[in-house]
Design a protein. Structure first.
Length: 250
């Protein structure tokens, strides 16, 4: 009998803004966007105090966004970073989203700090680098594509051995790959246009304080299907690698 493919682990590092919690938590948004059935994913909320399991029982890991800051060096965040470093070194496929992108970069020796452009929110245009043409996840993307973003910090220096896959605005490392099984993206592939507009409405006062126009930003939000497809490609790749390991007995 063939072995069942182990689930993907979703590491939840925060929760959506209050008005959007009726649509579920980040783990739910990620699972749906990645095209995973309930039995194909498990979730732990490290911000809420959940312990991280042994990484050997999973096909891959997706790390969510958060309202926290990597530079705060919170205890739960640093524990998660150490776990991610060990998992990455062991060859487990990883995919970090926003805070997760920054946390993975930090875990592997990169530098995270305040974004040069300040708060960024809304639908932005992401530009692929030439390295993206050879990447297993990014190669199928157009040279430029829309993505949903909301962040104050970014990866200022990617980890050693990482290759930058995309840039956006003031952010020169909007996506990277480390070795051949670890990815980080600053944008939110799990966000629909509804999620993005909800975030803009929830942060309207902060946006106005920063000199931005939330009404204009909300009106400019559009679908970002290319960004969303990255999660499905990662999930398929992780599950395929896990199935291959089962067949080879490794």
């Amino acid at each position: 009998m063939p072995h069942a493919i182990p689930p993907l682990l979703i590491i939840d590092t925060g929760q959506p803004v209050a008005p959007l919690r009726r649509h579920g938590d980040f783990a739910h948004w990620i699972r749906v966007a990645a095209g995973l059935a309930r039995h194909e994913a498990a979730a732990v909320n490290v911000e809420a105090g959940d312990a991280l399991p042994e990484h050997t029982g999973f096909a891959g890991v997706i790390v969510s966004g958060s309202a926290a800051m990597v530079t705060e060096r919170l205890d739960w965040s640093e524990r998660a970073a150490a776990w991610l470093r060990d998992a990455a070194e062991a060859g487990l496929p990883l995919f970090g989203i926003c805070y997760g992108h920054q946390l993975v970069a930090h875990a592997l020796g990169g530098t995270v700090g305040d974004s040069p452009g300040g708060r960024t929110m809304g639908t932005v245009e992401v530009a692929c680098t030439t390295a993206a043409r050879e990447d297993p996840l990014f190669a199928a993307l157009p040279a430029r594509f829309a993505a949903q973003v909301t962040h104050l910090q970014s990866v200022l220096r990617p980890p050693p051995e990482a290759v930058v896959l995309a840039t956006a605005g003031h952010d020169p490392c909007h996506a990277f790959r480390w070795r051949d099984r670890v990815w980080g993206v600053q944008f939110h592939p799990e966000f629909s246009a509804l999620h993005m507009r909800g975030y803009i409405r929830a942060r309207a006062d902060l946006l106005r304080r920063d000199g931005a126009d939330p009404e204009r930003l909300a009106a400019a939000v559009r679908a970002a299907p290319q960004a969303r497809r990255l999660l499905r490609r990662f999930a398929r790749r992780a599950r395929t690698l896990a199935a291959g390991s089962d067949r080879s007995g490794t």
